[in-house]
Design a protein around this ligand. Sequence first.
Ligand code: AMP
Ligand code: MG
Length: 424
Amino acid sequence: MTGTPLVPPRLRDDCFAMPQGVSWVPVDTALARLRAVLTPMTGVESVTAIDASGRVLAADCIARRSNPPRPNSAVDGYGFAHSATGRGVQRLPLVAGRAAAGQPFDGAVPAGSAIRILTGAILPDGVDTVVLEEDCASDGRIVVFDGPVKPRANTRTAGEDVKQGEIALTSGHRLRPPDLALLSALGIAAVTVFRPLRVGVLSTGDEIIGDPSQDAAPHQIFDANRPMLLALAQSLGCTPIDLGHVRDDPALIRDRLNQGATLADVILTSGGASAGDEDHISSLLRNEGTLSSWRIAMKPGRPLALALWQGIPVFGLPGNPVAALVCALIFARPALSLMAGAGWPKPQGFAVPAAFSKSKKAGRREYLRARIDADGHAEVFASEGSGRISGLSWATGLVELPDAALEVRPGTPVCFLPYGSFGM
Ligand code: AMP
Ligand code: MG
């Protein structure tokens, strides 16, 4: 066989390069650039639908049958032909037998007669309308109710929800529990999905102790970012790959990145990402990978280091846990989603009145740890300190303040982004 062999998509070496002369990049510009350069990075596989929650569709799902498959009753009551009824008190003789869900009535109901029918039962031949049991009196031989009744009342038509052959869910959709209900109802037993994106997470820093069960000297701190970023990757539907922690030693970092490149489709690192003396990740990526330091006009956040290491994208997040989480939610999360085949998500924000005051200067976007108080207002964590990890736990989301200057007073509408809107 001839032809070009299939190769996985590759990112261009200079894909993360920012145009020369750009100093502070607005958040939206940075997001647009990331979105433009990234592509889905994983292959596809077929899985049974019942096991597919959280997976991303790689093909449209076509309804194998209609929902409902046949016209049926929406209530418990009595069914009949509408044409034989009118105004005033209606008295219809009942046919023997009944129609129930899973037990269709075998026969036809003559015009002018009625049949006992239960919710979900297929409408027997001759029945197009159902009257609610509570609106009837019956002795088992006749049924009596007040007319007129609307034609087709209390019935569902075949395919009124979804018709056979229609697209029920489109490629790129991440399956949630209700989607599994839809797939099953439409007779779809298997789905084509993207393989989960493997996300390597690496912490760096001489001061970091990777394992909180160990002893730590006064100058050492436990690794807060790695557990957080691994769990975040998991909640985004990716496969987290723990690349552990390495000291600020270029040789060790190099080895670990090499290892990561064989295990993961993308690597998130934290710490050492700015241009300081001890920032070995950025110097290593600059010298041996292709690094772009994006100075993003955002608080919290130091430069976001973006690089390719052996063709694998590396997101160098700040070391401060607050900044690491915010950068991960704002930048890494949509990037991972796109690479996982699920498209570029925009977190759904809600305008809520502020419960706080703040004079925000122009020039950079700000994200504050926030939660909704009992009055439905957004309150923010008492300290904006980037090391205050407890504030991340205290919060249920972020307040996003725009790039422009803003005078926030109690009652000023602000944009609240619940953690849930980041898939967390
Ligand atoms: P860096 O980005 O390396 O300059 O680190 C900024 C701050 O974040 C320093 O106070 C570091 O000690 C802290 N830091 C870096 N990595 C972690 C981590 N994995 N867990 C907790 N704190 C960290
Ligand atoms: Mg450091």
